[in-house]
Design a protein around this ligand. Structure first.
Ligand SMILES: OC[C@H]1NNC[C@@H](O)[C@@H]1O
Ligand SMILES: [Ca+2]
Length: 452
């Protein structure tokens, strides 16, 4: 019998993103994205992997929808490739790009699957990067125009819209660490990019609402509870700064409080250039907050002058030595971190609705005798679902949970070497092989809860 039942109508789902699964990068008028450029740049991705073919979802999407239907998940989160819609980023609309998503949406609705559409999941048209990319304010306007085009075509059937996926990753991994496209390493640019991403969100929301009646519009942030490595004052203060860097820098302006003062002070002359009205635009009310949770941030003080934050993450090997189990990404498995995060969000920001728009794990999945046994993923999901259930019982307005990911896919700089899927992809044949966790998740959805 079901011990931990979720509310009726709870939206169980799976999540993917265009560049990670579609392939067909030069088909039907698609223009190049910054991830085409980046992945084809020697040394940037694991063994030079690219998204040229990926899971070939662009051609195999009917089979993938069928697999979703068999799973029984009532929702599916996917992203739209801006370069398929506007190959030059602005101007000429590519109808064949819109047609692809139009057919996909119709198939999902036919399968009684609710589509959640992410408008930006990192594949900026290269033509816009050539004109400054997210470091240029004009790109924020281009994003709103792109959102308008898509919402006009799909807004009668798509009623759940996510403007951005993980703006922190786009800004800081793409423009400060340089490990993601466009591969820039500049703190000032990264901080300015974060402002333009938020601004583009603020301008896109009204455009979506105008074109998609009674739509629910939100944004997805990668958020983590931040834990000091020790109770030492310097570590606790470092953790506070890191919380500002990762979480509050985005949450505060989105929830109408402007940028956090402590972070503006920490950034000093690296602080972003904003114009009058920007913060009001960014604070446009949203219908839900999308939360991507994977692991907490364990932080210690760092004195190096190169680091304005003076805070660093505790490395994975130390976490492992401290007894944490890690995923293949080197991320500590801490289900309680999800509960802690949701309770904090409810306490400090009180979003009207929260969706977990991503949670999942990469493990060293092996195909043996045509099957993939992934007990670690089942345990991971079970424990995180249980944490979400506890948060629900404590009043968190959680309305859905999307497992990352439906299928193994292109894990950015790691290429295809990290497998997050409920479905195994044989990249030689592109065959889809449901893992044991797929059947287990199907049971959870059917029972709408955890049976033990
Ligand atoms: O690293 C796993 C996932 N994290 N959030 C963004 C997705 O694109 C990643 O694959
Ligand atoms: Ca082309």
């Amino acid at each position: 019998m079901v011990e931990r039942r979720f509310p009726d109508g709870f939206l169980w789902g799976t999540a993917t993103a265009a560049y990670q699964i579609e392939g067909a990068v030069d088909e039907d008028g698609r223009g190049p994205s910054i991830w085409d450029t980046f992945s084809h740049t020697p040394g940037k991705t694991f063994e030079g992997h690219t998204g040229d073919v990926a899971c070939d979802h662009y051609h195999r999407w009917p089979e993938d929808v069928h697999l979703m239907q068999q799973l029984g998940a009532p929702a599916y989160r996917f992203s739209i490739a801006w370069p398929r819609i506007l190959p030059q980023g602005t101007g000429q609309v590519n109808q064949r790009g819109l047609d692809f998503y139009d057919r996909l949406v119709d198939a999902l609705l036919q399968a009684e699957i609710t589509p959640f559409v992410t408008l930006y999941h990192w594949d900026l048209p290269q033509a816009l990067q050539d004109r400054g990319g997210w470091a240029a304010r004009e790109t924020a306007e281009a994003f709103a125009a792109y959102a308008d085009v898509v919402a006009r075509r799909l807004g009668d059937r798509v009623k759940h819209w996510i403007t951005h996926n993980e703006p922190w990753v786009v800004a800081f991994v793409g423009h400060f660490l340089g490990v993601h496209a466009p591969g820039i390493q500049d703190a000032r640019i990264a901080i300015q990019v974060s402002h333009h991403l938020l601004l583009s969100h603020g301008h896109a929301v009204p455009a979506i609402r105008a074109a998609s009646p009674d739509a629910q519009v939100g944004i997805t942030l990668n958020l983590s509870p931040v834990r000091p490595a020790t109770e030492a004052e310097e570590d606790r203060l470092a953790a506070q700064r890191y919380d500002g860097f990762l979480n509050r820098w985005f949450l505060d302006p989105l929830f109408g409080r402007g940028y956090p003062q402590d972070m503006l002070a920490t950034y000093g002359e690296l602080a972003p250039t904003a114009q009058t009205g920007d913060l009001d635009a960014i604070a446009v009310p949203i219908d839900f907050l999308g939360v991507n949770y994977y692991t907490p941030a364990f932080v210690r003080y760092d004195a190096s002058v190169l680091n304005p934050l003076k805070a660093i993450l505790v490395p994975p090997e130390e976490l492992q030595a401290a007894g944490y189990e890690l995923t293949e990404m080197g991320w500590a498995i801490v289900p309680d971190g999800l509960y802690e995060l949701l309770i904090r969000l409810q306490r400090d920001f009180a979003p009207s609705t929260i969706y977990i728009t991503e949670n999942g794990a990469a493990f060293a999945d092996q195909l043996e005798d045509g099957a993939v046994r992934d007990p670690k993923r089942i345990a991971f999901l079970h424990d995180h679902f249980a944490a979400a259930h506890r948060a629900l019982q404590d009043g968190v307005p959680l309305r859905g949970y999307f497992v990352w990911s439906l299928m193994d896919n292109f894990e950015w700089a790691h290429g295809y070497s990290k497998r997050f899927g409920l479905i195994y992809i044989d990249y030689e044949t592109l065959e889809r092989i449901p893992k044991e966790s797929y059947a287990w998740y199907s049971e959870v959805i059917r029972a709408n809860g955890l049976v033990q």
